[in-house]
Structures are given as C-alpha cells and as structure tokens.
Design a protein around this ligand. Structure first.
Ligand code: GRG
Length: 296
C-alpha cells in the first residue's frame, strides 16, 4: 500500500473548503426549504466535493510555494480541480467509458441522469474559467485562462479523449498511445505546475523546470492509472477496475512490470527537473515517489 504523502492533508482541506465556497449549494426557492427542482448545482458539487486525492491542486500549490509566494495560488488550484471534475463526469458517460463508480460513489449520470450530468460538466468548466477571471487581474488572468483553455482544448484533454474513445478496439502504436495519454492526462498536470509558478511570479527558468517536472509526472500518473485498472481494486481506486480490457494501454503494451518500470523512469526524470531547486523541492520529489508506486 502506498498512502498519500502526509503533507497532503492540509492542502486537501484548503482546497476542499475553497471548492465548497466556489460552487455553493443552490438556495432553495421554496418557503419550506425543499431542494430546487433542477439539481445541476447539486450534481456539480456531488462530483467536485467527492473524495479525491487533489493531486493537480497540490501541484499548483507546491509550484507556487517553490517560486516563493503561495498567497495567490488557491484559485488556480480550484480551477484545475473543477476542470478535472468536469472531465471525469464526461469520461464516465455511457457514450465514453460507461463507468458505474467514481471517487467511491455511483457516477453522476447514474444518480442524476445523463442530461444533468452533461450540464454539470459544462457548469464546472464554466465555473473554472469564471473563477480565474474573478480571482486574478488583467494579464495574469488572461495568461491563466489561456493556459487552462489550451490544456483542455485541441492539443489537450478534448483531443486526447477523442482519440482514446475512437481507438477502443483498435491497434495503436506506442507513439500514438503516448500522445493520447500526454493529452488526456499529462497536459493538465503541466498546466497546474505552470499556473502555480505564474501566480507566484516565478522566473521563466522556474516555470520551465516545473513544467518539465509535471509533464513527466502527468504521463507517469496515467501509466499507473492503466496499471491500477489491472492490479488495483475498487476499494483502493474508488472506481471499477478491469474496465480498459478493450483498449490499448501501457499495460497491454509493456506488461505489468514494464508499465511499472516506465512509471518509475518517468518519475525519476520528473525529479531530475527539480535539480535547480535543491532540497526546497523535497515535497514535489516525494509526490513523484508516491505517483510511481501509488495504489490509489
Ligand atoms: C471538456 C474538461 C473537458 C474534457 C473533455 C472527457 C475528456 C475530454 C477527458 C477525460 C480525460 C480523463 C478522464 C483522463 C483520465 C485522467 C485520470 C488519470 C483521472 C483520475 O485522476 P485521479 O486519480 O482522480 O487524480 P481523483 O478522484 O483522485 O481526483
């Protein structure tokens, strides 16, 4: 078993509190306090506030800390978590992964129906960008918004997911698989590290090093995700396993041991990118060690 590093707990609390405030429960329109008839905000909160490791948010906060100022990072950390939650809702839909379980609970479309799930995903994405524009001023707001939009867009999650879904049952080359996984998962990690550094006014060298770290960490994260689909359990991962049987994955390519080795190599490369920061980057290094051998 590989628990999350102990230093995660206070960061997780900070983020969950801030997410709770970012998407408040809709006030009841009825005098008796009965829930609103249209449960979109409930569906958004159902996913957003469900138990999560909050790894992407922690990457934002640690990157900002390393660049010397974490006082402005929380909003960018919340925005990346809202984007991530939006992508999970979409990924679980019947037309995509058709998944029954996520974050240890029934998936949002199985509870609220598919229409509300789709609207909740749009709602979270919209909240992410709105929150950035309300939380940062001029050039920084624009930079963060375009950073996250690029991560979601045609060189990021949307393209990675499209290629992934359309490739089910097909045969992929290793290069194609790597491109899909970088886009589907890696780019959001890179954007998280870059965003953290930008909110702290990090130098171009700091931004470059942190982005290189997160690029490798993000790909490793997805390699281990593939691995956990084969060797993990729903209790550990909070989702159904053996779900990727019809897909080409890093495990179907390299076997369990090969995928494990690849994850370790990528995390080692991620840690090398931290060299300029020395001991100050010990938490990001610890995070890479966790990712390489995580079971959750
Ligand atoms: C418009 C936002 C948007 C996305 C459209 C659906 C889609 C394109 C992309 C899906 C990408 C996806 C779900 C990639 C998998 C990433 C992954 C490894 C998820 C699991 O992340 P964890 O383990 O989950 O960090 P927790 O629950 O801990 O946050």
């Amino acid at each position: 078993m590989s628990p999350l590093p102990a230093f995660f707990t206070p960061y997780q609390h900070t983020i969950t509190r801030a997410l709770d405030a970012m998407v408040p429960a809709a006030a009841s329109p009825f005098p008796d306090g009965a829930p609103p008839a249209v449960p979109v905000s409930a569906a958004m909160r159902y996913t957003l506030l469900a138990p999560s490791k909050r790894v992407r948010a922690v990457v934002v906060l640690l990157a900002a800390e390393l660049c010397g100022d974490d006082s402005r990072a929380v909003a960018a950390a919340c925005a990346v978590e809202a984007i991530h939650a939006s992508s999970l809702i979409l990924d679980d839909l019947p037309s995509m992964d058709d998944a029954p379980l996520r974050r240890g609970q029934a998936t949002v479309h199985t509870v609220y129906g598919e229409a509300v799930a789709i609207l909740a995903a749009f709602g979270l994405l919209n909240e992410a960008y709105g929150h950035l524009s309300r939380s940062y001023e001029g050039p920084l707001a624009a930079r963060l918004t375009s950073l996250y939009a690029d991560a979601v867009g045609l060189d990021g999650l949307v393209s990675g997911q499209a290629e992934d879904v359309l490739a089910t049952d097909g045969v992929l080359s290793f290069e194609t698989l790597e491109r899909i996984h970088r886009r589907k998962t890696g780019v959001l990690f890179s954007a998280a590290a870059t965003a953290g550094a930008l909110t702290a006014g990090g130098s171009p060298a700091d931004v470059g090093a942190l982005t290189a770290y997160a690029k490798n960490l993000g790909l490793a994260f997805q390699v281990v995700d593939d691995l956990l689909d084969v060797i993990g359990t729903p209790d550990e991962t909070g989702k159904a396993v053996r779900h990727d049987a019809r897909k080409t994955t890093f495990v179907s390519f390299s076997g369990v041991e090969g995928a494990r080795e690849l994850a370790h190599e990528l995390c080692h490369t991620a840690k090398l990118a931290l060299t300029p920061f020395g001991q100050r980057a010990s938490r990001l290094a610890e995070l890479a060690d966790f990712v390489a051998s995580r079971r959750l």
